[in-house]
Design a protein around this ligand. Structure first.
Ligand code: GLY
Ligand code: MN
Ligand code: MN
Length: 432
């Protein structure tokens, strides 16, 4: 069987169950619309509804719709306007085409006559995508069910995710070379984009390209054109996309300063040990807590905090140096949906004191998650720590030495299988 038809069979099976459970006859999904900036005629970059691109790899297709009725060939209402200001979507092509009843429309409103009875449809989309009489209702129970099952990637999706990794890895190689050549953040970002084959607007998230102490801002959003006097460190969290599937990879590079190089190597070792535990039956929350203990061990062995890791976790010390979650599901979205809930949409709570963890489910074959531990020297969190009794366990000299380096994060995507985990990021680095 070709992998797209296998994928579509999974997607339609899931839709069949969702419709039956939730009492609808049809599933209708809007791709979305192009939105204009306030008081302006300039559009924001179009970002398609992820539920739409789940059905067919269409990324740049506003005003299009999927309509599915169990037992029937799905309908693709395909918007292809006459437009001489922009390049309109090309004629439908690819593996998906033969599996759809395709209806080309030239005008957005023509979609309505190609869609089933809205009164009996679950209509998934943003409110802006509404047509006269076709208003997205986004039933919560149905969405929860679709989201939950989207966590299990089909072989077709996994193949696309591996291709996204390969693009991102080419970008990371180019970015490291630009760092070694003492480029600015803007130059390193440009090198990444050229290597990955992306523009700034079609990457799956805003690249984080942080030199020196900027690495301590977790989602550092600028790309400075200034070249710093010293290139001490680069933390680059930058991804790529292939047919709508995201890669999300972080690497940290040093400049030879031993203590920072040791920190990178130690975080890398722990990251790989965590990746090796992406196995069926592992509760991701336990892996997150284990990550805290492991990073506490790094802080202790490198002489940064003198306390046993269990006490560090208990007293919130590891959270000062590692204030984010271990990772998240990934796929059609960088932070893929359904990290926190069961099939019925019931919340699976985070551990107390860990408000930023984005994944609380137990791992099962087919899931792909990121594993992204980090240790950072964040001035505001360190200043607060200084006021606490635990401050006396901290080697402030070491902290001061490392603060100009910002921090370390290492991030890969790992596929949970029936057997050993597949680290699709490391495999891509090894192959290129
Ligand atoms: N790049 C955002 C994240 O790692 O979650
Ligand atoms: Mn991530
Ligand atoms: Mn990332």
């Amino acid at each position: 069987m070709n992998t797209f038809s296998e994928h579509l069979a999974y997607v339609t099976r899931t839709a069949d169950s969702a419709l039956e459970k939730c009492g609808f006859d049809h599933l209708v999904i809007a791709s979305g619309i192009e939105k204009l900036r306030f008081l302006d005629d300039m559009p924001y970059p179009f970002k398609v509804n992820p539920q739409f691109k789940y059905w067919a790899p269409l990324i740049y297709n506003p005003n299009s719709w999927v309509a599915y009725t169990p037992g029937k060939k799905p309908v693709m209402v395909y918007f292809q306007p006459d437009d001489y200001w922009h390049v309109p979507p090309s004629a439908p092509q690819g593996d998906w085409v033969e599996h759809f009843d395709i209806r080309i429309i030239r005008d957005a409103d023509e979609a309505r006559e190609n869609l089933p009875d809205p009164a009996h449809s679950a209509i998934i989309g943003e409110s802006d995508a509404a047509l006269d009489g076709v208003v997205p209702n986004n039933p919560a129970d149905l969405l929860a069910y679709l989201h939950y099952h989207r966590a299990f990637k089909t072989p077709y999706e996994l193949a696309l995710m591996r291709k996204a990794q390969a693009k991102a890895v080419r970008g990371h190689r180019a970015a490291e070379a630009a760092f070694r050549a003492h480029g600015s953040e803007a130059q390193i970002n440009a090198a990444f984009l050229a290597g990955a084959g992306h523009t700034d607007s079609d990457v799956p998230y805003n690249n984080i390209v942080a030199l020196n102490e900027n690495g301590a801002t977790l989602h550092y959003q600028y790309k400075s054109f200034n070249k710093p006097t010293h290139h001490r460190s680069l933390l680059i969290d930058a991804g790529a996309e292939y047919h709508g599937y995201a890669a999300d990879i972080t690497r940290t590079h040093g400049n030879g300063f031993e203590r920072f190089e040791q920190l990178i190597a130690a975080v890398d070792d722990e990251q790989q040990a965590l990746c090796a535990q992406v196995k069926s039956g592992m509760d991701y929350r336990d892996l997150h807590l284990q990550c805290h203990l492991r990073l506490g061990g790094v802080l202790k062995s490198l002489g940064i905090v003198d306390m046993d890791p269990g006490s560090m976790l208990e007293k919130g010390l590891t959270s000062v140096f590692f204030p984010h979650g271990l990772g998240h599901p990934i796929g059609l979205q960088v932070h893929d949906v359904a990290g926190f809930s069961d099939e019925a949409g019931q919340l699976i709570p985070r551990p107390n004191g860990h408000p930023f963890l984005r994944m609380t489910r137990t791992l099962e074959p087919g899931m792909v998650v990121t594993i992204e531990p980090g240790l950072y020297f964040i001035p505001s969190l360190l200043a607060e720590l200084k006021t606490r009794p635990e401050a006396k366990a901290v080697n402030w000299g070491a902290v001061e030495q490392l603060t100009p380096y910002g921090g370390v994060r290492i991030e890969d995507e790992v596929h949970c299988t029936e057997d050993e985990p597949e680290n699709i990021s490391r495999d891509a680095f090894a192959a290129l």
